[in-house]
Design a protein around this ligand. Sequence first.
Ligand SMILES: [Zn+2]
Ligand SMILES: [Zn+2]
Length: 355
Amino acid sequence: MNIDAHRWLMTAVNTPLQRAAFEAAPGPGEVTVAVAGCGVCHTDLGYFYDGVRTNHALPLALGHEVSGRVVACGAGAEHWAGKAVIVPAVLPCGTCDLCQRGLGTICRQQKMPGNDIQGGFASHIVVPGRGLCEVDEARLVRAGLTLAEVSIVADALTTPYQAVRRAGVTPGSLAIVVGAGGVGGYCVQVARAFGATVVAIDIDDAKLAAVAQHGAALTLNSRTLDAKAIKAAVVAFAKQSGLRSTEWFIFECSGSAPGQLTAYGLLVHGATLSVVGFTMDKVEVRLSNLMAFDARAIGNWGCPPEAYPAALGLVLDGKVQIRPFVETHPLDDINRVFAAVHRHEIKKRAVMVPA
Ligand SMILES: [Zn+2]
Ligand SMILES: [Zn+2]
């Protein structure tokens, strides 16, 4: 079988990606997916511009937010033939002791496309034929969405989904999302879908206006308010909304030092602080506030494949809207799109679509 495949390789930090042909043949247990779309994530830019190391040596195709159709199957993976799928951003091995105990997100043999294996800024990607999330195409059509658009489920949606699920948000909770961009915008919607009343904080009024239409009951601009004023505003909002002044769920999605300080400053008794965003920058905090508030802080790496169908279900049921937050671009424009996302000229999630 001959597949005319190509991918865009990162060869060095901040050096234009190079298009290269490759053999897209699946090995035993693997499948080849014809990429429908691959979202551009903050993490990709971290590798490309900031020199964050990938586990796989360069040259490497980045991209871990992939949807597509299975076009070739290795031995033992034949049941995926022809299926529309979302490739989870983190694919646990499924067989090690950690995986056996349901701890797939910390599996040491896990494969992340565009980090451990060749990624999705490509016409095709070869991935393990395990843990893929099948997309019901009839439901997709009824939801008015394309397979390319739901690529963002692979990370931008499932990462906050897992954070909200793991934190234990329930109806009547107060959730605060710091950073209302790509991931944060979905965090707002997912927390709302779990029954929380949601406060969104960002420095960008346009992003705040967007999430105000999609799940945020209160928006606050942290460029114009200091930490004290923000906390006072949330306290007042909780009181007037009949919500608890304790046990807030705080989701740091900005992946920035100022955002992390804002999030940490919102700790109250019994609070849960979930670190969803990533930055190389450091912050100085009084860690003992966790002790004094009997609070907890938890990190979050990816989302287990078994949780993907429920996360995708929120999208297909219309409980989480993705279309207003996604824009597609031809894959061949990837160098231009990376630069534009890096300069914050593209506000929506950019999804690269092969020609
Ligand atoms: Zn990502
Ligand atoms: Zn494992």
